[in-house]
Design a protein around this ligand. Structure first.
Ligand code: ATP
Ligand code: MG
Length: 718
């Protein structure tokens, strides 16, 4: 159990100040690994300890798993009353509130959440039924259109402005796309569908337009907390503003240098605007990093130092560490994979557990070569951020049936199911769907539909399926079995070439659904937080290496981190040019490198297959080339059987020109207690303690006491 004295042992001063501020707005803005998330965890525990009812706390995080883990940790500090705290993503909380209060806006509580693929499906459907006058051939694809629609919502910009400004080459279609958008909106309303953006938009509407609901929500959640605030979009920021309007008890934490979701409309200026929206905000800055060793921190500080836009903050650590991050230029991707596997095996021999290591990359497909290599060495891994289980067509077929049980007017699902019937074409499917949509009893309407040659049998089977399901007790696992029974022959026909491979997905679905006793909850979860397609993800306690996209590694940490694919054209992506996108990629690298606690390995292949399917030589990512060569160690493999050889860093002329190399390295003997020194970040200070062999404590005039290591800190005598 925590109490006041243990709090001050486990938190530093500014963290403690944030945790113990119970009333009023608080903004914690600080770099990676400085304990922002930890501060939130302790604050939940402290609030409850101080008598705040757990039910009145709302904790918003970037993934549902993050919220669960934070509440679990808070529970360990006090007691299990933390499980009564509401925690989740903006989307999952929106879903919960809209099911409860959505009727005030005219929504039935049984609405269905649609994912991106569904949204694209609707756009396609509408595109073909709309009388588009514009040149159809050149008309933007459904993917581009959904990007535009979503961009307009998330960036809070009118669609036509967005098209004229960001998609100038498509501006001749602007009018038609705006028309399409109106149809898309009414289609969703008519069929009880909400896309991800609608969840946020409608939550905001609830707060802004229905005073009684706003009062109730503000009264219920008197303490709001938000992690990773730098990745919120304008709608989310507005939700926070409206939800806290009565009490102002809101604490947000974030790091502008880690903002990596601007492609989804996230706007890190939200952090900067927070104090304007909440006058009297207490701003807390955290400067001590508790995650990484000094050599790793030196490198990560160096990555972000080159950022065009940043709100300067200084980070220091007391975790010394002697190993600099290592950089390996591999001959090709295979050699890069060999390097990672070799290192992992070595580390395991040294006693590092597999689950304490992670390999991070920019895009899901960058790890394919490595996955093969890991497989052939029998190294278990768990891949995160790849394809979601429910994104594949066969899974969507099964889910369509389950979705219809909850919302029989979900036309999209009817259309999808009709298309699984042999010999039934899209035109007929649309015709039948329209009739079902207009009927108050779609299943009966389907049974009554006059049959056609060849496909009557399929329609009969579908009617029988629903009759069986509706008669059965609503136990999700049992319903799922009935659906799978119906689906098996359909599935074998539709995916004749590779159905055995897909079969395991269906089995996985069966395992997942078994843990639910409410079908609506299961369907919401598969839409809001879809499980990963990789089977291994379900053995969470197993000993497995983590492979993850950087986006999915946000907020996490591992003992050992590998970042692969750091080649120019891959990271940053070839389409990025210096500018906003370029800066976002730099922050992405910063997020990746700051996940490491003890060891960091950076690698890239010197040869990559290009779009022309020919191998091209590629150079190191410009983000690495900018770093001071002293901040990492280049390594090269010795011939087979040998160990890895560290080579002296060769300062490139460009880097050397930007960052003068210090002529003489000072030794501890050059300093004495009380002497004055100068540091490029911390300014001037007085030496307070000499720690053999090469570190010293300095009390800086403006930044307080820091422990610095002479190998990494640039200290000069003044
Ligand atoms: P990120 O920006 O990557 O999300 P963060 O600022 O949220 O990082 P945390 O994950 O909360 O940082 O903390 C990083 C690590 O430092 C964790 O292992 C945490 O337990 C540890 N830590 C933070 N503050 C302290 C402290 N005062 N004492 C001991 N350990 C701490
Ligand atoms: Mg965090």
């Amino acid at each position: 159990m925590i109490n006041e004295s243990s709090l001050s042992r486990e938190l530093n001063e500014p963290q403690l100040a944030a945790v113990t501020t119970i009333d009023g707005p608080v903004l914690v803005i600080a770099g990676a690994g400085s304990g922002k998330t930890r501060t939130l965890v302790y604050r939940v525990a402290h609030l409850i300890n101080s008598g705040v009812a757990p039910e009145s706390i709302l904790l918003l995080t970037f993934t549902r798993k993050a919220a669960q883990e934070m509440l679990w940790r808070a529970g360990r500090l006090i007691n299990d009353s933390c499980s009564r705290v509401t925690g989740g993503t903006f989307h999952s909380v929106a879903n919960m509130l809209l099911r409860r209060y959505g009727s005030a806006l005219g929504f039935a509580p049984s609405f269905t959440i649609i994912d991106r693929a569904d949204a694209e499906g609707i756009v396609n459907l509408l595109k073909s039924s709309l009388q588009l006058t514009a040149n159809r051939k050149q008309f933007p694809s459904k993917r581009v259109i959904v990007n535009m629609l979503s961009g307009s919502v998330n960036k809070a910009r009118p669609l036509s402005d967005l098209i004229y400004e960001d998609y100038a080459h498509l501006s001749e279609y602007a009018e038609e796309i705006v028309r399409l958008q109106q149809h898309y909106q009414s289609f969703k309303v008519d069929h009880g569908l909400m896309d991800y953006d609608d969840l946020l938009v409608n939550w905001r509407r609830l707060l802004a337009e229905v005073p009684a609901v706003r009062e109730e929500i503000a009264e219920r959640y008197r303490y709001l907390m938000v992690d990773e605030y730098q990745d919120t979009n304008p709608i989310q920021a507005d939700i926070v503003r409206l939800a806290a309007y009565r009490h102002d008890n809101v604490m947000v934490v974030g790091d502008d240098s880690q903002s990596i979701y601007s492609f989804r409309g996230a706007d890190f200026y939200n952090i900067m605007r927070f104090p304007e929206i909440f006058p009297g905000t207490r701003i807390v800055k955290l400067e001590q990093n508790y995650r990484s060793t000094q050599p790793i921190l030196t490198l990560t500080n160096d990555i972000i130092r080159n950022a065009v836009e940043k709100y300067t903050k200084t980070l220091y650590t007391r975790i010394e560490g002697t190993r600099r991050p290592q950089l390996y230029a591999a001959r090709d991707e295979k050699a890069e994979a060999d390097f990672v596997v070799g290192r992992i095996n070595e580390l395991r021999r040294e006693g590092v557990a597999l689950h304490d290591m992670a390999v991070l990359f920019r895009s899901g497909f960058h790890s394919f070569k490595l996955e093969l290599e890991l497989g052939s060495h029998g190294i278990a891994f768990e891949k995160r951020g790849g394809l979601k289980l429910t994104e594949s067509a066969h899974m969507k077929d099964v889910l369509a049936v389950l979705r219809l049980l909850v919302n029989p007017f979900d036309t999209l699902s009817w259309n999808r199911l009709l298309l699984t019937i042999d010999k039934l074409g899209p035109k007929t499917a649309q015709k039948i769907t329209a009739i079902l949509a207009a009927s108050s009893e779609p299943v009966a309407a389907l049974a009554a539909y006059p049959g056609g040659k060849g496909w009557q049998e399929g329609v009969n089977r579908l009617v029988q399926l629903f009759t069986r399901l509706l008669e059965h007790e609503p136990v999700p696992a049992a319903l799922c079995d009935i659906v799978l029974d119906w689906y098996q022959p359909v599935f074998e026909r539709l995916y004749a070439d590779d159905y055995p491979k897909r079969q395991k997905d269906l089995e996985q679905l069966r395992t997942i659904i078994a843990s639910y006793d409410d079908l609506q909850r299961f369907i919401d979860d598969t839409a809001l937080d879809p499980p990963e397609a990789d089977l291994q993800a379900y053995h969470e306690d197993s000993e497995a290496l983590v492979l993850s996209t950087i986006h999915s590694a946000k907020g996490l940490e591992w003992q050992v981190v590998f970042i692969i694919g750091l080649a120019d054209g891959r990271f940053p992506h070839a389409s990025a040019f210096p500018g906003e996108q370029w800066e976002e990629e730099r922050r992405l690298l910063y997020v990746a490198a700051t996940r490491a606690r003890q060891r960091l390995y950076l690698s890239y292949p010197r040869e990559l297959m290009g779009a022309d399917r020919r191998f091209n030589r590629v150079s190191m990512s410009p983000f690495l080339a900018e770093l001071s060569p002293a901040s990492y160690e280049r390594i090269e493999p010795l011939p087979p059987g040998g160990d890895w050889l560290a080579v002296r860093p060769m300062p490139s002329t460009a880097a050397a020109a930007v960052k003068p190399v210090r002529k003489k390295k000072l030794a501890l003997e050059d300093f004495s207690l009380g002497c004055r020194v100068n540091h490029p970040f911390f300014g001037t200070g007085t030496v307070r303690k000499l720690n053999a062999p090469r570190s010293l404590d300095v009390a800086f005039d403006r930044h307080g006491l820091k422990t610095l290591h002479l190998d990494y800190a640039t200290l000069n005598l003044v």
